[in-house]
Design a protein around this ligand. Structure first.
Ligand SMILES: Nc1ncnc2c1ncn2[C@@H]1O[C@H](COP(=O)(O)OP(=O)(O)OP(=O)(O)O)[C@@H](O)[C@H]1O
Ligand SMILES: [Mg+2]
Length: 250
């Protein structure tokens, strides 16, 4: 299985950028915004972007989902950096969507409010156009999570992506979904396996010294069995050094 994963890996054995000191509080460790502004120019990101963009374009596809086996592996960071990079360097019109109602954080790198986002489309049937937020980069827009503390259970079966993806495809060149991890309990949340069915391509993020092989295998199998197209695994490597100083070193 690992061989299969290796072969399919979009970005195997590559370091994205270094991670904050392990064990520090999340907020103090590496504000996503600080990392984002430095990280989008990294050659590994460029390589990944080119690969993903080329494949999607060749196949006339546009939707990409990013998930992981467990929490804190770097999904949100990858979605942000990849989206920023595609918009900035490839001139693509990009939309990022936060579908992680468990730990919604895609608003953070862009300094946006979480409120008025995807849950408003889901519950209040707001048109998606009404909750799209700008980022300061013209080609990049974001739909934040909204208010995930509400009881979503009644609405979770609504095939909302089926409804809006065709319209998103009309307006954007690339749509990236940030989702919850596959192997954690997803109560009151959108199921990443189900979501993967609605996406053209799925990338699984694994983190060095954190993601175990079995978890990775289980995650990939679960998505594939659910009908999702796992294109590869991004190997996110962390160092026990501070992010800011490490990034300066490079
Ligand atoms: N390679 C990296 N370099 C620097 N910082 C990183 C790296 N990977 C992750 N981080 C930091 O680790 C924290 C967790 O990353 P992130 O929020 O992207 O993970 P996640 O998989 O989205 O987590 P969650 O399960 O909460 O959604 C963030 O503060 C992020 O900036
Ligand atoms: Mg996240």
């Amino acid at each position: 299985m690992l061989n299969i994963l290796r072969r399919k890996s979009v970005f195997s054995q590559s370091e994205l950028f270094s991670r904050a000191t392990a064990g520090r509080a999340r907020e103090q460790a590496a504000p996503l915004k600080a990392v984002l502004t430095k990280a989008y120019g990294y050659s590994e990101i460029t390589r990944l972007r080119e690969k993903v963009v080329k494949e999607l374009r060749e196949q006339n596809k546009k939707t990409l989902m990013v998930t992981s086996p467990r929490d804190g592996t770097g999904n949100t960071l990858l979605v942000s950096v990849l989206g920023y990079s595609a918009a900035y360097f490839s001139g693509m019109k990009v939309l990022l969507v936060d579908l992680n109602m468990r730990r919604p954080e895609l608003h953070l790198p862009f300094g946006l409010q979480k409120e008025k986002g995807f849950t408003d489309i889901l519950i209040d049937s707001l048109p998606w156009q009404d909750v799209v937020k700008t980022t300061g980069l013209e080609e990049l827009e974001v739909i934040t999570a909204g208010d995930p503390d509400q009881d979503l259970s009644f609405f979770l079966n609504r095939p909302i992506l089926n409804e809006i993806v065709p319209e998103l495809r009309e307006k954007y060149d690339l749509v990236v979904f940030d989702t919850s991890p596959v192997l954690v309990k997803n109560r009151n949340n959108l199921d990443p396996i189900h979501l993967s069915n609605n996406c053209d391509m799925v990338i699984v993020v694994a983190q060095a010294k954190m993601t175990c092989r079995n978890d990775l295998k289980q995650t990939v199998s679960a998505i594939q069995e659910g009908g999702g197209q796992v294109r590869g695994v991004v190997y996110n490597k962390q160092f026990h050094r501070g992010v800011i100083s490490t990034l300066k070193d490079r």
